[in-house]
Design a protein around this ligand. Structure first.
Ligand SMILES: *Cc1c(COP(=O)(O)O)cnc(C)c1O
Length: 381
């Protein structure tokens, strides 16, 4: 059976060139980057080079890049680390949005236990946080504002630069979860002015279990993991050398090839979406008039159970998802789709398809044909 993978927002395949860069560090170059001997120094050099490459790709200094095990960890660190560091002052307010990844939302909510005032702001029906909504929530007591650069379910892009400037007017720090945006849009921190930024390797052809948190010089969140001097003593633990080398390679490649990759993904996505819109009745492309990432499209198939649709498509060889892989399996409808104002029944009828440079236009059109047949069958007509 032909299989088509349309779930790049959940994870992407490892780029062969990133794998090639990693291989030495999975084999002969096995040293611990903290050892003083030549084995260690060679590993340390590789880690240092990876840090420099990543820093230069986002307009940061290498001392501002902190390696983590991925996006979930970096988001938890940014939100809790800043809150706990600043919460010892009068700054007891944390602001985020209703469409964040669960790792930001759950981290923010956990702070309520420590006496923080956590504001979860609504977004527009187009999935965008308005500056005036943020302004209304900001105050001198605000420690942190966390707003994602782009949403992983609807693909909507936030005006991060404008929102960060607004947070700064009130003396608040600004964090952005750029996991879904990195590799697809420019995530230069000197241009956006953010104080902290989360990136994860496996969304742009890097290995799973690798990511980083950019922390602007002078911003001091609490340490994440004690007991090791790695990552400037902020996040202890022996460095996963191969993973950071692979992440740096994939990140540099995705930056160098961004235009081409976006064009390929968009061509497949547009062919797919066009076919769906002309062949499936009672369908809506969500957030269609908002600024969106080129590789994500979210459709509501009225009267169809999204869960059943994803499962039927899987049996037919097409991989897609209801939304966040992290929240699938839960009985709740997508918190993102309900936050953009969808009734629960429509949210339950919505499916995300996400594309990458590896999806051929022919395969995208084939998948749309399978989708049209499957929707017809599930509707019983
Ligand atoms: C995938 C994703 C994460 C989680 O990153 P992991 O490295 O898988 O932990 C966080 N935020 C967004 C927007 C994501 O798409």
């Amino acid at each position: 059976m032909k299989r088509v993978y349309l779930d790049y927002a959940a994870t992407s395949p490892l780029d062969g060139r990133a794998l090639a860069a990693m291989m030495p560090y999975l084999t002969d170059e096995f040293g611990n980057a903290d050892s003083v001997h030549s084995f260690g120094r060679r590993a340390a050099d590789a880690v240092d080079t990876a840090r420099r490459r990543i820093a230069s790709a986002i307009g940061a200094a290498r001392q501002e890049i902190y390696f983590t095990s991925g996006g979930t960890e970096a988001n938890n660190w940014a939100v809790k680390g800043v809150a706990h560091a600043l919460g010892r002052t009068v700054k007891k307010r944390i602001i985020t949005t209703a469409i964040e990844h669960p790792s930001v939302l759950a981290a923010a909510r956990s702070l309520e236990r420590y006496g923080f005032d956590v504001a979860i702001l609504p977004v527009s029906a187009g999935g965008v946080l308005g500056a005036e909504t943020l302004r209304g929530a900001l105050g001198a007591d605000t420690a942190l504002v966390s707003v994602m650069t782009a949403n992983n379910e609807a693909g909507t892009v936030q005006p991060v630069r404008e929102l960060a400037a607004l947070a700064h007017e009130y003396g608040a720090l600004f964090h952005t979860d750029a996991v879904q945006a990195a590799g697809h849009t420019d995530v230069d921190v000197s241009a956006s002015g953010v104080d902290l930024m989360t990136v994860s390797a496996h969304k742009f052809g890097g290995p799973k279990g690798a990511g980083f948190l950019y922390i602007k010089k002078g911003v001091l969140p609490d340490k994440l993991i004690e007991g090791g001097h790695q990552e400037r003593s902020m996040r202890g633990g022996t460095t996963n050398v191969a993973a950071v080398v692979g992440m740096a390679e994939a990140f540099a490649l995705s930056a160098a090839e961004m235009e081409r990759n976006n064009a390929l993904a968009a061509a497949a996505k547009d062919a797919f979406a066009g076919h769906v819109i002309s062949n499936v009745p009672d369908v809506r492309e969500n957030c269609a008039s908002s600024p969106r990432l080129p590789h994500i499209v979210n459709f509501t198939f009225f009267g169809v159970n999204g869960d059943a649709l994803v499962q039927s498509l899987d049996l037919a060889g097409i991989a897609c998802s209801l939304g966040s892989a992290c929240s699938s399996g839960s009985l709740e409808p997508s918190h993102v789709l309900t936050a953009i104002g969808m009734p629960e029944s429509e949210a339950r009828s919505s499916v995300r398809f996400s594309f990458g440079p590896g999806v051929a236009v022919d395969d995208a059109v084939y998948a749309a044909g399978v989708l049209a047949d499957t929707v017809r069958r599930l509707r019983g007509r």
